[in-house]
Design a protein around this ligand. Structure first.
Ligand code: A3P
Length: 300
C-alpha cells in the first residue's frame, strides 16, 4: 500500500492515504475498547513514540527485550491505520496498547463507558510545529512543507494533516474526556523528570515498579537509546516512504527548539492566535517561558 500522494478527507480533516483509508478511519470510530486497553493519544510530534516506549518498558518491568525486538507500530499500533486490525490480532502485547492521533470529538463516543486507560501526551505547540515541519521534509506520505512561515500558518489555521492542535488538546482535556479518568502528561514533564514521569505512568497503569526496574526504564527510553533502537527510530521504514537522507525521526529531542525557527514576528503572531484560541481553556502548561528556561538549563 503506497498511496503516497493520496489524501483521505474524513469529517473535514486530512489524513495521509498511505496509512489511512476511509474504511480504517470509520472502523476506528466503532472500535470496541476493552477495559484493560491502554490508549496513547497525542497530536503528531508530541512525544507519541517516546510514550509507546515508556509504556512498553513499564509493561516489561524495565526489560528492553520487547521494545528492542518488536517495532513500535506493532507493539502499540495506531487505531486508525489500515493495518490495525491485522496487527492487533497478532499483537504480542498484553494488555493491548493502542495509539491514536484522532481528536476527541471523533473518538470520544467509542471510549464512552469504557474503563480503558487513556494517556494523553501534549507538547509545547511551538516545538510541535517545528518538529512536524522537519518531519514533513522526510516523510514522503505528507504534503510538501513549503516555507516555515507558510507551514506555521497552516498549523494555526488547523489545515495540516491530522487537524487542529487547539481542537485536539481542548477536546482531550475537556470535562467530557475527563470522564475517562485520563492521564495527561506533557513532553516537557518527561524531559524535566523522566523518572517522575515513568512513576506517574506506572502508577496510573497500576503496574508499580521496583527502583531497579524504574532505572532500567529510564535507561532504555532515553533519547540516545531510542535513537539507536531500530524498533523505535523508524529506520526500518523504506527510503521511498521516509527519506532518511533528509532527516531523522529521532531528530533533536529537545525542548525550546522553536527558538531556532521562529522570528520575533512569527512568535508574536503565534502568541496572538494562541491567546485567542485558548481563551476558554483553564489548562496550565509546563512550557511557559520561565519554566522553559529552567528546563533548557537542566537538559544542557
Ligand atoms: P523532535 O523532532 O523535536 O526531535 P512523535 O513520536 O509524537 O512523532 O514525536 C517525535 C518527537 O519526539 C521528535 O521530536 C523526537 O525526537 C522526539 N522524541 C522521541 N523520543 C524521544 C526521547 N526519548 N526523548 C526526547 N525526545 C524524543
Amino acid at each position: 500500500m503506497a498511496r503516497l500522494d493520496v489524501v483521505e478527507t474524513f469529517h473535514g480533516l486530512f489524513f495521509p492515504g498511505h496509512l489511512h483509508t476511509l474504511d480504517s478511519l470509520q472502523l476506528a470510530l466503532k472500535f470496541p475498547f476493552r477495559d484493560t486497553d491502554i490508549v496513547i493519544v497525542s497530536y503528531p510530534k508530541s512525544g507519541t513514540t517516546w510514550m509507546q516506549e515508556i509504556v512498553t518498558l513499564i509493561s516489561s518491568r524495565g526489560d528492553p527485550q520487547m521494545s528492542q525486538s518488536v517495532p513500535n507500530w506493532t507493539r502499540a499500533p495506531w487505531l486508525e491505520h489500515h493495518y490495525f486490525t491485522a496487527v492487533l490480532e497478532a499483537s504480542p502485547t498484553t494488555p493491548r496498547v493502542i495509539t491514536t492521533h484522532l481528536p476527541h470529538h471523533l473518538l470520544g463516543p467509542a471510549l464512552q463507558g469504557s474503563k480503558a486507560k487513556v494517556i494523553y501526551v501534549s507538547r509545547n505547540p511551538k516545538d510541535v510545529v517545528v518538529s512536524f515541519y522537519h518531519f514533513h521534509k522526510m516523510a514522503n506520505f505528507l504534503p510538501e512543507a513549503g516555507s516555515f512561515s507558510e507551514f506555521l500558518n497552516r498549523f494555526l489555521e488547523g489545515t495540516l494533516h491530522y487537524g487542529c492542535w487547539f481542537d485536539h488538546i481542548k477536546g482531550w482535556t475537556s470535562q467530557k474526556a475527563a470522564l475517562n479518568n485520563l492521564l495527561h502528561i506533557s513532553y516537557e514533564e518527561m524531559s524535566m523528570d523522566i523518572r517522575g514521569a515513568i512513576k506517574r505512568v506506572s502508577s496510573y497503569l497500576q503496574s508499580p515498579l521496583l527502583e531497579d526496574e524504574v532505572n532500567n526504564c529510564v535507561k532504555h527510553c532515553s533519547f540516545s537509546s531510542m535513537k539507536d533502537n531500530k524498533m523505535a527510530n523508524y529506520m526500518l521504514v523504506d527510503e521511498a516512504i521516509m527519506d532518511h537522507n533528509k532527516g531523522s525521526f529521532m531528530r533533536k529531542g529537545k525542548i525550546g527548539d522553536w527558538k531556532n525557527m521562529f522570528t520575533e514576528e512569527l512568535n508574536q503572531y503565534f502568541e496572538r492566535v494562541f491567546e485567542s484560541k485558548m481563551k476558554d481553556s483553564t489548562l496550565e502548561f509546563a512550557w511557559d517561558e520561565k519554566r522553559e528556561e529552567e528546563l533548557m538549563n537542566k537538559s544542557h
